[in-house]
Write a protein that binds this ligand. Structure first.
Ligand SMILES: [Zn+2]
Length: 318
């Protein structure tokens, strides 16, 4: 049996998994990222957590083939350099070379959304599929594009930013500087903004009760909860949210015709409540709707482990 280390570097935690060749996580360790602090300290803790995870698996470093890292921000996959990660306050950190020296293994590094997409394609909702789009609905919308089993990220490794495809000219302001980006409508933040809009419109909506009359307490669940309890405004809000998402996803489907679109992130926990209407709307706008071979729209299944598993197998892409 072969074993690999996957390190998921996030703003809150450094989560490490030892993954076997069948994609099972057989050992784990977690340390706080504790930012802001110097990058060398964070890298040292990444190495430390890796050794802890190997011990947790009952293995030694000799059993490990290589180490993969997924991190927020832009990376240079060839040099192992983390070029820029604004939420970690890191700029030009030679993360790959540092960890390679500390652990004595080859180290591969990848953007977190790309690694998570790769993980879902290897072992999750799109297991074994070669052409896969993964959309993660969080604070923003993370996108990953897998073509022929490989991560596609453009010539400068900055591509596959599916969340920043504009779907409304002059629409909602996005953090990237554009207006009307897919993520301003489809992310959890987008849903919260749509929910607030419907609450302002319907002062008698159950949604007010669900968040204690406080707009600051609106979450990505508020409208879905209200809808399930028969609230008309909640349903209108969810309908609008799903319509915008389907509008964006149909364009993505028409560009890539992936075998699977895999949807992850907190909102994907709504399951069929989200997916069934989404499939119906996308089917109407899918250019290949009369084709025998059609895209499947499914939920991601690995949750936070997608990044660990994707990272652990980055060495395969070399
Ligand atoms: Zn944007």
């Amino acid at each position: 049996m072969k074993y690999y280390i996957g390190i998921d570097l996030g703003g809150t935690n450094i989560a490490v998994g030892v993954v076997d060749e069948n994609y099972n996580i057989v050992g784990r360790a977690k340390l706080k990222t504790n930012i802001p602090r110097p990058a060398e300290e964070v890298c040292a803790d990444m190495a430390k957590a890796s050794r802890m995870a190997v011990e947790d698996a009952g293995l030694t470093m000799d059993d490990i083939e290589w180490v993969g890292v997924d991190t927020p921000g832009t990376v240079d996959t060839e040099t192992g350099m983390l070029i820029y990660a604004n939420n970690l306050f890191f700029h030009n950190v030679p993360m790959g070379p540092y960890l390679s020296e500390a652990l004595g293994k080859p180290v591969f590094i990848e953007n977190d959304a790309n690694a998570a997409a790769y993980g879902e394609a290897l072992a999750g909702g799109a297991k074994g599929k070669q052409d896969v789009i993964v959309i993660t609905l969080g604070t923003g919308v993370g996108g990953g594009v897998i073509i022929d089993g490989k991560i596609y990220a453009g010539f400068n490794h900055g591509g596959a930013e599916l969340g920043h495809m504009a779907i409304v000219k002059g629409g909602r302001q996005c953090t990237c500087g554009r207006k009307g980006c897919f993520e301003t409508y489809s992310s959890a933040t987008g849903l919260i903004n749509t929910t607030k809009k419907y609450m302002e419109k319907y002062k008698d909506s159950l949604m007010w009760k669900l968040c204690g009359g406080d707009l600051d307490k609106v979450s990505g669940r508020t409208a879905f909860q209200a809808m399930k309890q028969g609230d008309k405004a909640g349903k209108e809000c969810v309908d609008e949210y799903i319509e915008y998402m389907a509008y964006g996803l149909a364009s993505i489907v028409n560009i890539f015709q992936p075998e699977v679109v895999c949807i992850g992130g907190g909102i994907s926990k709504e399951g069929e409540t989200l997916l069934a209407p989404l499939r119906e709307l996308i089917a109407k706008e899918d250019y290949c709707r009369t084709s025998k071979k059609r895209v499947s729209i499914v939920a991601a299944t690995l949750g936070n482990d997608a990044g660990i598993i994707g990272a652990a197998f980055l060495g395969r892409l070399q």
